[in-house]
Design a protein around this ligand. Structure first.
Ligand code: MN
Length: 402
C-alpha cells in the first residue's frame, strides 16, 4: 500500500510580509498555493499512490471562497480520472459545516465529517485493504482528547492507519502522540506546521505545512510518501513548495565605506538559482557598531534598494523581506582588567561605613532621606546586583578571547 500524507495546506492563506507591487510577484503569490496542491496531485499520479490523505486545515478559513473550492475540486477530479482516492478530514481552521460547500465532492473523495472517531475502509487495487481511523472538527475547538475513542487494530483489513489533528494544548483535542495505539501501521498527524517525525515504531509523523506562509514557517519538509508492507512501514519526504523562506545570517566584520558596503550586501544576500519560484530572505546582519550606525540612518532606503537589485539580478526570484541588525560582540567595551577586580570592589562597598559614605550625597538630602534606609542585607544585595550589571555589560580581559 502506498499513499501520500499531507496536512495544513491553508490553501487560501496570504503570504505575510511581501509588499512588492511587481505584477510577476503578485501573480506568483496569487497562484502559488494552488500550484502546491497541483504539484502534490502530480506526485500522486506519477508515483501511482493508492490514496492521498489530507489531515485537516486544507482551507485557512472555515468559510472558503467559491474560487478556492472549485480549484480544489478540480485537482481532486484529476485523481479521480486515475482512480486514486482522496481521504480528507477537517481541522480547527476549516471545521466542517455542510452548507459551506458550493460543489459536490467528486466520488473518489472519502470525507470524515464528524467530530467523533470513525473508521472507513478502502479496498486497494492489489486485493489488500486498509482501515483508516480518525475524526474531523465541527467546531473551532475540541477540548477533550480523542485518543480513547480509537478502536483496536482492525482484524478484517490488511492494514490499519490512523490520523489525528491536534496537539497537547487544551483547545486542539489535547493528546500526546505516545498515547496513540501502537499497533497501527502509521499515524498521520496534522495541526503543527513544522514537519517532524515523532516516532519510528510505530511511524508517527507531523507532515507540517507543505508551503510556509510566514517567516516562522521555514522548517517545512513537504509531504510524505508512505509505503506500508507486511514487513513494515517506510516513508520519504517530497518537497513540493514553491516559495521558500530563508533565514540568512550575514557577517560583515571589516570596516567598509558606503560604496563597498552596498555591493558586499548585494553579494552576501544573493542566492543562486534553485527549484523555488520565489525565495524570501530574512537577513540577520552581524556587523560592527560603525556599520550598524551607518545602515540605521538610512535603513529603509537601503532595504528598498537591495530589494530592487536582488529582484533584478535574480529574474524576480529573490525577495528581501527584512534586514535585521545585530552588533557583533567585538564592539563590546573590553576592559583591561579581570572580573576579580569587580568582586574586590564589591567586598569593599559591602562594608557598612564605606557604603553609607558613598551614598551620603543622597541620604543627606532631607526630602529623599526618609525614603532611604539600608539594612546590612540590603547593602549586600544592592552591591551584588550592581556587580552583576557591570559584568553583563562589559567584556573582561580574562574573557576577551573566548
Ligand atoms: Mn490546525
Amino acid at each position: 500500500m502506498r499513499f501520500i500524507h499531507t496536512a495544513d495546506l491553508h490553501i487560501d492563506q496570504p503570504f505575510s510580509g511581501i509588499e512588492s507591487d511587481k505584477a510577476e510577484i503578485q501573480n506568483l503569490l496569487k497562484t502559488s498555493n494552488q500550484d502546491v496542491l497541483s504539484e502534490i496531485v502530480d506526485r500522486c499520479l506519477e508515483l501511482k499512490v493508492d490514496f492521498l490523505l489530507i489531515v485537516g486545515d486544507t482551507f485557512h478559513q472555515a468559510q472558503s471562497s467559491i474560487h478556492t473550492q472549485k480549484a480544489i475540486m478540480t485537482q481532486f477530479e484529476r485523481l479521480q480520472q486515475e482512480d486514486i482516492k482522496v481521504v480528507l478530514s477537517f481541522g480547527n481552521h476549516d471545521y466542517y459545516t455542510e452548507n459551506r460547500y458550493w460543489f459536490e465532492w467528486p466520488d473518489n473523495v472519502i470525507l470524515f465529517k464528524k467530530e467523533e472517531v470513525q473508521t472507513k475502509t478502502i479496498q486497494l487495487k492489489n486485493g489488500e485493504s486498509v482501515s483508516i481511523s480518525g475524526f474531523s472538527y465541527e467546531n473551532q475547538w475540541i477540548n477533550q482528547s480523542m485518543v480513547p475513542f480509537y478502536p483496536r487494530r482492525a482484524t478484517d483489513t490488511t492494514y490499519h492507519i490512523g490520523f489525528y489533528h491536534g496537539d497537547n494544548s487544551k483547545n486542539y483535542a489535547p493528546f500526546t502522540p505516545g498515547e496513540l495505539p501502537g499497533s497501527y501501521d502509521y499515524w498521520a498527524l496534522g495541526h503543527i506546521h513544522k514537519s517532524e517525525v515523532i516516532s519510528t515504531n510505530p511511524v508517527v509523523v507531523y507532515a507540517g505545512t507543505p508551503q510556509g506562509h510566514t517567516k516562522k514557517e521555514n522548517q517545512t519538509k513537504g509531504v510524505l510518501l508512505v509505503d506500508v508492507k507486511s514487513a513494515g512501514t517506510t516513508y520519504e519526504w517530497l518537497e513540493v513548495s514553491n516559495i521558500k523562506w530563508h533565514k540568512k545570517e550575514v557577517s560583515i566584520s571589516e570596516a567598509l565605506d558606503k560604496k563597498e558596503l552596498l555591493s558586499s550586501l548585494e553579494e552576501a544576500l544573493f542566492i543562486p538559482k534553485n527549484k523555488y519560484s520565489l525565495n524570501i530572505i530574512e537577513a540577520d546582519l552581524v556587523t560592527t557598531a560603525e556599520t550598524t550606525r551607518l545602515i540605521l540612518k538610512e535603513k529603509e532606503e537601503i532595504v528598498i534598494y537591495l530589494q530592487e537589485q536582488l529582484l533584478k539580478q535574480s529574474g524576480n526570484r529573490l525577495w528581501l523581506k527584512d534586514l535585521v541588525l545585530t552588533q557583533s560582540t567585538s564592539d563590546k567595551l573590553i576592559m583591561g582588567f579581570e572580573t576579580t577586580l569587580i568582586d574586590d570592589l564589591g567586598r569593599k562597598y559591602k562594608t557598612e561605613d564605606f557604603f553609607k559614605k558613598t551614598v551620603s550625597d543622597l541620604t543627606e538630602q532631607t526630602a529623599i532621606a526618609k525614603y532611604l534606609s539600608w539594612e546590612k542585607e540590603d547593602i549586600a544585595e544592592r552591591v551584588n546586583e550592581s556587580s552583576q550589571l557591570i559584568k553583563d555589560k562589559m567584556i573582561f580581559k580574562n574573557e576577551a578571547d573566548q
